[in-house]
Design a protein around this ligand. Sequence first.
Ligand SMILES: NC(=O)c1ccc[n+]([C@@H]2O[C@H](COP(=O)([O-])OP(=O)(O)OC[C@H]3O[C@@H](n4cnc5c(N)ncnc54)[C@H](OP(=O)(O)O)[C@@H]3O)[C@@H](O)[C@H]2O)c1
Length: 292
Amino acid sequence: MTKILVAGSTGYIGRYVVEELKGRGYWVRALVRNPDKIKTQGAHLEPSLENLADEFFIGDATKLDSIAEVCNGVDVVFSSLGMTRPDFVHSSFDVDYKANLNLLRLAQKAKVKKFVYISVFNAQKMMEIENIQAHEKFVDELRASGLEYAVVRPTGYFSDMAQFIAMARNGVMLSLGDGDKKSNPIHGADLAKVCVDAIEGSALEIEVGGPETFTYREVAEMAADVVNKKPFTVSLPLWLADGVAAVTGFINRDIHDIALFATTVSRNDTVAPAYGTHRLRDFFEQMAAIME
Ligand SMILES: NC(=O)c1ccc[n+]([C@@H]2O[C@H](COP(=O)([O-])OP(=O)(O)OC[C@H]3O[C@@H](n4cnc5c(N)ncnc54)[C@H](OP(=O)(O)O)[C@@H]3O)[C@@H](O)[C@H]2O)c1
């Protein structure tokens, strides 16, 4: 039976990847940093790992000693391990680059056959952002590793869109620029199918988004409609948002990255080849119900 290590297994996409792998009959080892997260469902209704993974390996991928044997005996490593929120301890280079590089070196040592990694759609257009540089520096290492590999490049996740429901419920909707740029975000369960297809297939780079495309204004309107409120909209012109982003650079580099990312996607359409069946409105209704 093919054995797969999932790094990032307690995160939004990692949980769905574990579920999809088990559905297709694989043996799964889940790398977990905080064991308390094994039993709980994710914050955006992603599945609990408790009855899914075959084995749990407790370790922190930034600390090589704690994961020295994590790749032993597996055929494939899948990593969605990344830093999506500032933790005020690590930089994105520590996690997105170095922690994944630790896994890659261990995978080479353990003679793992293939390594599948999640980076970001349109990365080459956002290389001024440190977090994107860290992702792509790891992708360069992966390409040079001699292992079979695939890089999955998704647009935004439904989990990120949940902030629109939170803003609508709180009565204040923040809008950057005109809100007219488009995106096709993807649900974790749909993206997990693409990731497992990447494990099984031979494509090296896979760009992917969800089945529906919206402007940010349409997403905000849908969120308001779902919670049945008329939030007050605070529109920040992009020149002002750029100023705010610049100021965050003096406070914290990870918050700065998030601000830069927000202003960048507010200037450009982020529409990747469409995949999947999950609809954003259904997800919004589920999130609104659990936030009540
Ligand atoms: N969100 C988006 O819209 C989007 C779009 C495109 C690409 N991406 C990329 O996709 C990847 C996954 O995103 P996501 O939303 O699933 O992220 P997430 O929910 O924040 O999950 C990240 C995972 O990485 C784990 N992790 C972080 N540092 C670790 C360490 N030192 N040792 C072991 N595990 C560690 C986390 O563990 P804990 O649970 O213990 O924190 C968690 O399991 C990220 O690299 C992100 O940049 C995201």
